[in-house]
Design a protein around this ligand. Structure first.
Ligand SMILES: Nc1ncnc2c1ncn2[C@@H]1O[C@H](COP(=O)(O)OP(=O)(O)OP(=O)(O)O)[C@@H](O)[C@H]1O
Ligand SMILES: O=P(O)(O)OC[C@H]1O[C@H](OP(=O)(O)OP(=O)(O)O)[C@H](O)[C@@H]1O
Length: 212
């Protein structure tokens, strides 16, 4: 029998969609997933072990090889720059990264401040634009920053646009589209190639086919 595969799943909003994708790909996953607070779930029938991590931490588990594969948002991949292979766009949890601010925002020449949960991504973006900014790292409720005067702009995820609208903010620039990705530890990819390829193929068929 082959070794079991450990898969790091992001808790939170991606989780349900990723689980749904795996089930559509033919993996029989117990109901335990839907109503448990367990962080490690073994599925011996499928030779799988799931670990449930914070979304931002998934690439860390995969890079260190304690998980062979995982599911992570492109936003997290850009921010974390971990040494993992990104092998498949799962096309779930679609949203995009944008710069936003108060309506009528005028570029500030002196010490412009940008608040974000993604300081590396934001720093790269503004460097590429040739603009020098101070990045202020926040952990959530990013839209508060311009309202309260902590920063004049934010870099954050936009999906429906409701959070911006409800807080009287406007999108100033679109940075890039975001979806979730299937990621693989490079050593696992060599050692467990057959199992991982099989999983990628099955997911690919759901993502690209019409059996989704
Ligand atoms: N509004 C959104 N719509 C769709 N996908 C989103 C949205 N916000 C975030 N995402 C995707 O989901 C991932 C984060 O999910 P979630 O919001 O559950 O976790 P989090 O906010 O990072 O975690 P926590 O709130 O526990 O710190 C992101 O990495 C991104 O890829
Ligand atoms: O365009 P919308 O559909 O409104 O979605 C965008 C919002 O969703 C995310 O926040 P989240 O709900 O994760 O809250 P947090 O940033 O406070 O963690 C993101 O940071 C935006 O605030």
């Amino acid at each position: 029998m082959s070794d079991s595969l450990t898969i790091a799943m992001p808790k939170g909003r991606i989780f349900e969609e990723a689980l749904d994708l795996l089930r559509k790909a033919g993996y029989q996953l117990p109901e335990e997933f839907d109503d448990s607070r367990k962080l490690i779930i073994e599925v011996p029938e499928e030779n799988l072990r799931f670990i449930l991590a914070k979304p931002m931490d998934v690439p860390t588990y995969v890079e260190h090889g304690v998980a062979d594969v995982g599911v992570a948002g492109k936003d997290v991949m850009i921010e974390e720059e971990r040494d993992v292979y990104e092998v498949l766009d799962l096309k779930i949890s679609e949203c995009y990264m944008a710069v936003a601010g108060l309506p009528g925002y005028q570029k500030q020449e002196i010490n412009p401040k940008v608040a974000s949960k993604y300081p590396n991504l934001a720093a790269h973006y503004f460097k590429k634009q040739g603009e020098q900014v101070e990045i202020i790292k926040l952990n959530g409720s990013i839209e508060l920053a311009p309202l309260i005067g902590l920063a004049d702009r934010i870099v954050d995820i936009v999906s429906s646009g409701q959070t911006l609208r409800d807080n009287g903010l406007v999108e100033l620039e679109t940075i890039e589209p975001i979806t979730s990705r299937f990621i693989v530890n490079p050593v696992s990819y060599r050692m467990k190639a057959e199992q991982i390829d099989r999983m990628v193929e099955r997911l690919f068929d759901v993502v690209e086919g019409d059996n989704g």
